[in-house]
Design a binder for this molecule. Structure first.
Ligand SMILES: *[C@@H]1O[C@H](CO)[C@@H](O)[C@H](O)[C@H]1NC(C)=O
Length: 218
């Protein structure tokens, strides 16, 4: 009796405390396809390339979110420009986005602060960019004959990414599963040191009815 009570206390404490320590066991690069994103949101600019939505540390047992509010603005002009090229706030002009840095602030406070034991602020933003450059999703899809302006089977897109990363990605679509769905995001999960991709803990995909193809709009 006592023993099982002690065990429950142990487990409750273990799970309650783990987010405090911010221990993450994988990290997901989430890429946005701007033409789809901008079908839902009013955009200021619509690059025809994947852009970074975020880099999300995660834990198999607990979702990690909002570990601190410690974002500080990036001041290095070259770093700002490189970041805006890959991680633009599509709803804002370049000048407003880089002045307010509100998208980077939001993402950093919500996600980046949950992996500070391994990545400080600069390392976090650098890692997101390096991974995006290393896994050029537009090129990977193109290599498999998948180009914007057409529709494709969900598993064809998943296999193309898996072929390049050795792990299945997460996919996120907008639209009505009964009618048309559009590819909005691709998530690639990595081991904590980001040396290789790994299966995502909470697998997401698009489920159009009757396995219909999903649009990859221009
Ligand atoms: C798309 O982004 C990747 C990665 O950041 C970059 O290397 C590539 O040149 C871009 N492709 C185009 C067509 O702009």
């Amino acid at each position: 009796m006592l023993r099982s009570q002690l065990m429950s206390v142990f487990f409750i404490l273990f799970f309650a405390l783990s987010p405090v320590y911010g221990a993450f066991d994988q990290i997901q690069l989430v890429l946005t396809w701007p033409p789809t994103y901008c079908h839902e949101k009013h955009c200021n600019r619509i690059p025809r390339n994947f852009t970074i939505h975020g880099l999300w540390p995660d834990n198999q047992h607990v979702m990690l979110n909002n570990c601190a509010k410690t974002f500080q603005k990036i001041t290095n002009v070259r770093k700002i420009k490189e970041l805006d090229d890959r991680w633009p706030d599509l709803q804002k002009s370049k000048s407003e986005a880089t002045r307010t840095q509100s998208f980077w602030q939001y993402e950093y406070n919500k996600h980046g602060t949950c992996c500070t034991e391994r990545y400080d602020r600069q390392a976090y933003f650098d890692l997101a960019q390096n991974l995006k450059d290393k896994y050029d999703a537009l090129q990977i899809l193109k290599n498999h004959g998948i180009i914007p302006g057409k529709s494709y089977a969900v598993d064809k897109i998943e296999e193309a990414i898996r072929d390049a990363t050795q792990a299945y990605p997460n996919l996120n679509c907008i639209g009505d599963p009964q009618k048309t769905m559009e590819l909005k995001e691709i998530g690639i999960c990595f081991v904590p040191d980001a040396t290789k991709a790994t299966a995502c803990h909470r697998r997401r995909t698009c489920n159009p009815i009757n396995n219909k193809e999903i649009d990859f709009p221009l």
